[in-house]
Design a binder for this molecule. Structure first.
Ligand code: ATP
Length: 250
C-alpha cells in the first residue's frame, strides 16, 4: 500500500506584496515521482524553495507524517529533504570529486553520512562522474553538470529529492538520459518531486502530475491521464504528438 511521504496543504508564499503561491495542496507518495509542470513564472521554483525552507511560506508541510514547516533549512536537510536548484550552483573551478565532497559537506555532517561510502554510491550511479572525477566542474558538458548537481544532492542520502528543471538547456538526448537517471533514483527508493517546463518528458517520467498556473494548481492526476487530457495537450504538449507535414518540412 502506498504511503504519503510529503504533504503540502494550503501553502502560500509571497514576494513583498505579490503572492506567488495560492493555497497549494500537493502530495507525494513514498517511492514515487510527482511532477509539477506549468509555464514560466507559474511559481514552480517558489514551490520547491518553500518546501525546502529557503523561502518563508505559510501553510502546512508534512514530511513523513510530521509538520516541518517551522523547521529551518538545516533541519529539513537533516530529515532527508534535498533540492537541486535550477542554477545547479556548482563550484566551477573545483574538481568533480571536490564538488561532491565539499558541496555536500555540511549536509553530510548534518545527516551523519559517511562521505567516502556515499561518494562510492554516487560514482556507481554516475560512472561518467567517476571517469571525470579530477576534471574541473566548469569544463563539464551541460548534461554532466546536471549529473554532478544531482550527485551532490545525493551525497546527503536524501529520501526526498526535489529537482528544479533538470532538463533546462539540455539537448533532447541528454534530457532523456537525465530523466532515465531520475527513474533509477525512484527504483533506489528515493522519492522525487520534479519541476519541469518540458511537460512531455516530465509526464513520461512521473507517476503523478500537477499543473501549476499563476501560483495555483489548476489540474492534477495520474501522469498518463494528464498526458491524455485535451487541455494539457493543447497548452503543454502542443504540436509534438503528430507533427504537421509543413512544420516537419520547415
Ligand atoms: P520558471 O519556469 O521561469 O523558472 P517558475 O514557475 O519557477 O518559473 P517562479 O520562479 O517560482 O516561477 O516565479 C513565480 C513568480 O514569482 C513570478 O511572477 C516571478 O516573477 C516572481 N518571483 C520569483 N522570484 C522572485 C523574487 N526573488 N522577487 C520577486 N518576485 C519573484
Amino acid at each position: 500500500m502506498s504511503e504519503t511521504l510529503l504533504e503540502v496543504e494550503q501553502l502560500r508564499a509571497s514576494y513583498g506584496k505579490v503572492q506567488a503561491l495560492h493555497d497549494i495542496n500537493l502530495k507525494l507518495e513514498r517511492g514515487s515521482i510527482a511532477t509539477v509542470i506549468g509555464p514560466n513564472g507559474a511559481g514552480k521554483s517558489t514551490l520547491l524553495n518553500a518546501i525546502m525552507g529557503v523561502l518563508p511560506a505559510q501553510g502546512e508541510i508534512r514530511y513523513r507524517g510530521r509538520a516541518v514547516d517551522r523547521y529551518s533549512l538545516e533541519q529539513r536537510v537533516l530529515e532527508g529533504i534535498a533540492l537541486v536548484p535550477e542554477r545547479r550552483e556548482l563550484f566551477s573551478t573545483m574538481s568533480v570529486e571536490d564538488n561532491l565532497l565539499l558541496g555536500g559537506f555540511r549536509r553530510l555532517r548534518l545527516r551523519q553520512a559517511q562521505p567516502l561510502d556515499q561518494l562510492a554510491t554516487v560514482f556507481e550511479m554516475f560512472p561518467r562522474l567517476k571517469e571525470r572525477r579530477r576534471q574541473l566542474a566548469g569544463t563539464l558538458s551541460g548534461g554532466e553538470r546536471q549529473m554532478l548537481a544531482i550527485g551532490r544532492a545525493l551525497m546527503a542520502k536524501p529520501e526526498l529529492l526535489m529537482l528544479d528543471e533538470p532538463s533546462l538547456g539540455l539537448a533532447p538526448r541528454i534530457v532523456k538520459e537525465i530523466l532515465q537517471i531520475v527513474s533509477e533514483l525512484r527504483s533506489a527508493g528515493i522519492s522525487v518531486l520534479l519541476v519541469e517546463q518540458n511537460a512531455r518528458a516530465a509526464l513520461q517520467t512521473a507517476d503523478y502530475g500537477y499543473v501549476l498556473e499563476l501560483g495555483k494548481v489548476t489540474m492534477q492526476g495520474e501522469s498518463a491521464q494528464l498526458a491524455g487530457d485535451s487541455q494539457v495537450i493543447q497548452a503543454y504538449l502542443g504540436f509534438g504528438k503528430s507533427p504537421a507535414p509543413e512544420s516537419a518540412a520547415a
